[in-house]
Structure formats: C-alpha cells, structure tokens
Write a protein that binds this ligand. Structure first.
Ligand code: NAD
Length: 378
C-alpha cells in the first residue's frame, strides 16, 4: 500500500553503498516528522551475490542484472546510482534523459569531460539530481558551516579541508576497481575522497582560482586475483594548495587534502577555517567536539562546544547521544528527499551537480599542476 510521502527507490549498484542505503531506509523511523518515507523496491547489479544480499529487504520486488530496467520503470520514483566510476556517465546521462530523479555517487563521472556531459544532460532535463557527500551532516560539521556562513570569521585567512584514511596502508591488500585508473579515473584519491572535501568550501562560496598540487602514488602494485602483482596506477594521496576567490572579500589560501594512506587515521574528515575575528574546527576524529575561536575583550579564545546529537533533521534518539557515520548518511538522505519535496527550507542541502562539476575542474587543474609543477587555473 502506498501512503502520502512514500518514495519508491531503485538502487543501481548493490555493493557497499547500495547496501548502506537499504540500511538507512530500514531505520527511517529514527526521523521525526520527515516529509518522505523511502522504500527500496528494486536493485540492479550484474553480480548475483550483490542481488542476493537484497533478499533480506522485504520491500524489494525486483532484482535484475540490467540497470536499464530501473531507469525505464515508472514504478520507481528515485534512483540511487552507486557504481564504479567508468559507468557513471552512461547511467547518469540515461537517468537524466529519462527524467528520473536520482542521487548519484561521487565523483560524478570518471573525469572532467564525463562530468561536463552528465551535468549538461541534467541541466537539459527536469530530473531532481544531487550528489552524495555525507560528512558535512555531522552536527559538529553543520555548526562549523553555519558559523563560517554567518560571517563570524571576519576576513578569512586560512581554510583546511581534508579527508584522511588508511584503507590502503596494507601493501598486500588485493587490487580492486578503486585502485586502477581505468575504472577509478586518473584522478585517483581525488575522485574517491575529493568531493567530501570540496562540498563545504564550495557551499560557502569559496571557489579555488588557482591550484598547486602534489600528488603521490605510494603503492605502485598490489596482488591481483591470482596473487601475482598488478599495477596500481592511481594517486594515493593528494595535497592541493588553492587560492580561494570568495564571492565577497579578499582572496585567501585554502588546502584540500585527500589521503588514502594516512598512517594513524582510520577515517578522519575535517574542516577548519580561521579569519581575523573568528575560527572554527571540526574533525570526525573527535565527533563530539566543535572548536570555535573568537577575540573577546582583547583576548584570543578557543572554546570547545559539545554539538551532541542535534542534527538538521530531528531524530527520536536523545540529544546528548553519540552521532556516527550511519547517522550522517541518514541525515544526507533526509536532506535529499526533503529538498525533492520542496521542504528543505534554510537547511544544508546535499551536494549539487554543479558543485561536483566545480570540484572536477579543481581536480583536473591539480592533474595539470602535477604534470607541469606549476599552479593551474580550474
Ligand atoms: N559516499 C561515500 O561515502 C562513498 C563511499 C564509498 C564509495 N562511494 C562511491 O559509491 C560508488 C560505488 O562504490 P562502492 O564502494 O559501493 O563500490 P562496490 O564495488 O562495493 O559496489 C559497486 C557495485 O556496482 C556493481 N556494478 C558493476 N557494474 C554494474 C552495472 N553495469 N550495473 C549495475 N551495477 C553494477 C558491482 O557489481 C558492485 O556490486 C562509487 O562512485 C564510489 O566512489 C561513496
């Protein structure tokens, strides 16, 4: 039975992220008074094992090996497309051409050309499309964004936005599609982690005007399916020194740092911005703490704020409880479905296709910078 607010969701790509969405929908009742109620009704994946996983989701009535069935199915309201990067362009363009609303995974195309064609197809359609980026939905990150957006920083001096993890610190970890340029893209770690780092600065209107990049391919081969070494030809770590050109005010320095091999960091997303009058720091390494700087009566004060479990979309669990990765995904999806229902209001929205395209322009400049050892314009 369909009730008001029901949204029928089809998942294209039932791997890690496709399963995460099924789990998010399973705990949707955590949200209080949300305008939508998503139900996963279909999955498309060529892998039988991936499709079989969805047997446990009792709302799923269609499991197919062909994504076209979902794009063409009028019984589906929203698609979540979470496939390897070389498939983004074909599937996203087809979904947009069919006028299908979707949330597409980053990087939104394997390279800049693919991203331009995807965004062109979306702009030419009526489809409501957003891009996945969940870390800014941590309560501390939301408070950091709101503080920076309020103008409390004064003249901005220094911004650092980064994502460090160590998924690849083990040199004997077998190769997979994310570690090969053919399927991940030449941009490597910037494609995997870059939009997570770009989302908040771009939302604040801090657009890089020039980029000087140092890219590092740390582990150059990994065991293949039969154990023998296979070339691992994507960048593992990337440090981008940008000159940011804000809509108002002076240019300033901004670092975007993405690392797959960051010893000592399991999964750390952070955002820091400091200006003449104020500053803010948040890191998922200390998710219960937001740090704020201000000048008070001539004294420079860094203070700790406890953002708790007070998220943009209210939840039934207590305001003092801990917030985690699954909660950030739930909040991101809450923002997506609310914006689709014209109910986002002043809240922070999921990344837009044009933000993903701008991020691609920066990463393309970074690749040129690495080749020429000089700053490049996005
Ligand atoms: N937002 C995040 O935090 C986050 C985290 C990880 C990955 N991602 C992104 O999600 C996307 C998928 O990554 P993943 O980690 O889920 O990968 P994954 O390898 O776990 O899953 C990808 C799935 O796509 C399926 N697939 C392959 N070809 C297909 C086709 N033609 N049609 C339909 N399905 C097909 C595979 O069989 C696999 O099950 C990528 O764009 C990646 O960058 C986002």
């Amino acid at each position: 039975m369909t009730t008001a607010g029901d949204v029928r969701v089809g998942i294209i790509g039932g791997g890690l992220m496709g399963r995460e969405l099924a789990a998010v929908c399973g705990r949707w009742d955590l949200l209080v008074d949300h305008p939508a109620r998503p139900r996963v009704v279909a999955v498309a994946d060529p892998s039988p094992a991936a499709r079989e996983w969805f047997d446990r989701v009792d709302t799923v009535t269609l499991a197919t090996d062909d994504w076209r069935h979902l794009v063409e199915d009028d019984g589906i309201d929203v698609l979540y497309i979470a496939v390897p990067h070389q498939l983004h362009e074909e599937i996203y363009v087809a979904a947009a051409a069919a006028g299908r609303d979707f949330l597409g995974e980053k990087p939104f195309g394997i390279d800049l050309g693919a991203a331009e064609r995807i965004v062109g197809a979306i702009d030419a359609s009526d489809a409501f499309v957003r891009v996945s980026s969940e870390f800014p939905f941590y309560p501390g990150a939301q408070r950091a964004w709101a503080y920076a957006a309020s103008g409390a920083l004064g003249d901005v001096l220094d911004v650092r936005s980064g994502f460090w993890h160590s998924s690849d610190i083990n040199r004997t970890k077998p190769i997979n599609w994310k570690r090969r340029a053919e399927t991940c893209g030449e941009l490597g770690v910037m494609g995997d982690l870059g939009l997570h780092v770009a989302h908040v600065p771009l939302r604040l209107g801090w657009v890089p005007r020039s980029v000087y990049a140092r890219l590092d391919d740390v582990v150059t081969e990994r065991p293949g399916p039969d154990g023998s070494p296979v070339v691992c030809d994507t960048w593992d770590n990337a440090l981008l020194t940008c000159t940011a050109h804000p809509e108002r005010g002076r240019d300033f320095t901004m670092l975007w740092e993405t690392r797959r091999i960051a010893p000592g960091h399991a999964n750390t997303w952070y955002f820091e911005a400091v200006g003449m009058d104020g500053g803010v720091r948040f890191s998922t390494r200390e998710p219960a703490t937001l740090r704020r700087f201000s000048v008070r009566e001539g004294e420079q004060v860094w203070e700790e704020v406890q953002p708790g479990n007070v998220s943009a979309w209210p939840v039934v669990s207590g305001a003092i409880f801990e917030f985690g990765f699954g909660d950030a995904l739930l909040q991101m999806w809450a923002a997506y479905f609310a914006e689709r229902a014209a109910a986002l209001g002043e809240r922070f929205g999921t990344a837009t296709p044009h933000e993903a395209l701008m991020a691609h322009r920066v990463f393309d400049a970074a690749l040129r910078s690495q080749r020429t050892d000089s700053p490049q314009s996005p």
